[in-house]
Design a protein. Structure first.
Length: 562
């Protein structure tokens, strides 16, 4: 059952944060609300804690979040109706005025403020000892999580760890190292004070804290080379694997079946952002945030509804066409041995008009309702396939959609990344009830294998093979196995792509492994001539720079212009 602990957050956030819509540096209590006496009650403290959760709904499963994490990588190109070409292609106008970056900055700092305010209320005499420990563990987890997103996105920016009580006109940078000191301290509190177990109701548990700390340790280890961080990342990941609280679906299609969309019951989900089928219950604290539910249902959908035999319906969803898979991503899969390609992607659409119109039949005289209407191949079509399709359906092959180098020719019609579909959604709705899975069991295998790549490669290979055989087509398990010589960082990145594409981690993975520029130049033909080393950080929003009084000290990240 989906958790519903987001009530009253809009009002509560005004009460807690005193943050204007424009800028976290211009903080005033415009609402006239104060933290006394409500915030000293148990209900008030519980409400404050709930607000820590809400900010994640402005990022995960949302267009802004997808734009920051999936476009501008090797795996996705901008689709025909992409709204942030600057992020996708690293164009010259990628700067502090880009709206997506401004939205994410604002919402992450709002979220951080909620965490700081909540932590300041603890410990409280109106809570039991167990409640104080649990509430602090949850709030500090969320602070660590938001700080990780902030510093990995922008680098050494503003590190806030105290409640803001008045107008702030200056901004001061803290190092990434200082960010990580707080991140690890907070995660240690969460791991020590939260109970172990799978999160069945959306609440942060020790398992969630361990899984995220494994990600954070690996991220920092890649930057510093510290052996102890690699070791801790592997240990934490293996703790989750060995807990036996998580397991793989035998049939990969069950992983993404809408019946298993609730992270609390999904066998592979460790950390999820809750959504429901109620728009009211999907609210976030920021009234300007463009979320009401998980938008993965529409953002990856290609334009099918203007083709012969087709009209828009629930099964095929609204075709927002924000992101299209790169040719490289499609070619990473061997669908003859791997279950994931046919589940992850959609390449066939079936005529849903009944009856077909005269104009439909004029184009394809042998088409019938229920038959194939569109078929898009990731390989080249043969002459016989083209002849067969010519009177029956629209056939596009890989060379119709991409050049041989991988540049998009068609941006509105493509093989569709389809694993976020919800056939139970309301007609023409642009969101759905599907929880956003932030960390799943496969990532624990990838983290452990990468962390042990230099120190215990045989165990790393064994872990990867254990995972790969779970994704093999039955009887093809041995074909999926790898040898020690095949396990490299590039193989791990390929495997992360096959498993986690669309799950809002790719940009961070490429940055962490220092492969962002290399992989974009190799596999993203839209962006290859534009990306530079300085794109490893995002630009600071211009309205933040304009608001500060210490402009000579707090300046734009290197490489970006106004």
């Amino acid at each position: 059952m989906k958790t519903k602990f987001y009530y009253y957050i809009s009002i509560l956030f005004l009460c807690l944060c005193h943050v204007s819509c424009e800028d976290f540096l211009e903080e005033t209590n415009k609402s006239g609300l104060t933290t006394d006496p409500f915030m000293k009650t148990k209900v008030g403290i519980e409400s404050a804690l709930n607000s820590c959760y809400s900010g994640a709904r402005t990022f995960y499963g949302q267009e802004d979040g997808f734009g920051m994490t999936e476009s501008g990588t090797d795996l996705f190109l901008r689709g025909g109706d992409n709204k942030a070409n600057q992020l996708a292609d690293y164009t010259i106008d990628l700067n502090g005025s880009q709206s997506t970056i401004g939205n994410v900055w604002k919402n992450l700092y709002l979220s951080l403020s909620a965490c700081n305010q909540t932590i300041s209320l603890l410990p409280s005499e109106v809570l039991t000892e167990a409640e104080n420990k649990s509430f602090e563990g949850q709030a500090k987890f969320w602070r660590a999580f938001y700080l990780w997103l902030i510093t990995e996105t922008w680098g050494d920016v503003v590190l806030n760890t105290e409640p803001i009580t008045g107008a702030v006109t200056e901004a001061h940078r803290s190092s990434v190292e200082d960010f990580y000191k707080v991140i690890f301290d907070d995660l240690d509190v969460a791991v020590n004070q939260l109970a172990p177990g799978k999160s069945t109701d959306g609440r942060i548990t020790q398992d969630v804290a361990k899984a995220f700390k494994a990600r954070a340790c690996l991220t920092r280890a890649c930057a510093t080379g510290e052996a102890s961080l690699y070791a801790e990342a592997a240990m934490l990941a293996k703790d989750i694997i060995n807990s036996q609280r998580y397991s793989f679906y035998t049939d990969y299609s069950d992983m993404w079946d809408i019946a298993n969309c609730d992270g609390g019951t999904n066998k592979e989900a460790i950390f999820s952002i809750n959504y429901t089928n109620s728009e009211l219950e999907n609210n976030a604290f920021d009234a300007t945030a463009t979320n009401s539910g998980n938008k993965g249902i529409v953002d990856f959908v290609m334009k099918y509804d203007k083709e012969a035999g087709m009209e828009r319906d629930v099964l095929n969803a609204r075709p927002f066409q924000r992101y299209m898979p790169s040719r490289y991503l499609l070619q990473l899969y061997n669908e003859n041995i791997d279950q994931r390609y046919k589940v992850t992607f959609k390449d066939a659409w079936y005529a849903n008009k009944n009856p077909l119109s005269e104009s439909d039949l004029k184009v394809y005289p042998l088409m019938a309702t229920g038959d194939t209407a569109i078929y898009i191949m990731k390989t080249a079509a043969t002459d016989s396939q083209k002849v067969w399709a010519s009177k029956r359906y629209r056939l596009l092959d890989v060379n119709d959609v991409y050049t041989s180098e991988g540049k998009a020719i068609l941006r509105s019609q493509f093989v569709e990344m389809h694993k976020f579909a919800d056939p139970t959604a309301v007609y023409n709705q642009d969101w759905c009830q599907r929880d956003a899975f932030v960390i799943r069991l496969p990532e624990m295998y990838f983290i452990a294998a990468e962390a042990m790549l230099q120190t215990n490669k045989q165990e790393a290979v064994d872990l990867m093979n254990e995972f790969l055989m779970k994704r093999a087509i039955p009887s093809k398990e041995n074909d999926m196995r790898i040898t020690e010589s095949e396990l490299t960082i590039d193989f791990i990145l390929d495997e992360r792509a096959r498993e986690l594409c669309g799950e809002q981690i790719r940009w961070f993975d490429l940055k962490r492994t220092k492969k962002l520029v290399e992989y974009v130049k190799l596999h993203n033909m839209d962006a290859k001539d534009n990306i530079q080393e300085y794109h490893m950080l995002r630009p600071i929003p211009q309205n933040q720079l304009d608001a500060v009084t210490n402009k000579d000290e707090f300046t734009q990240n290197p490489g970006y212009t106004k």
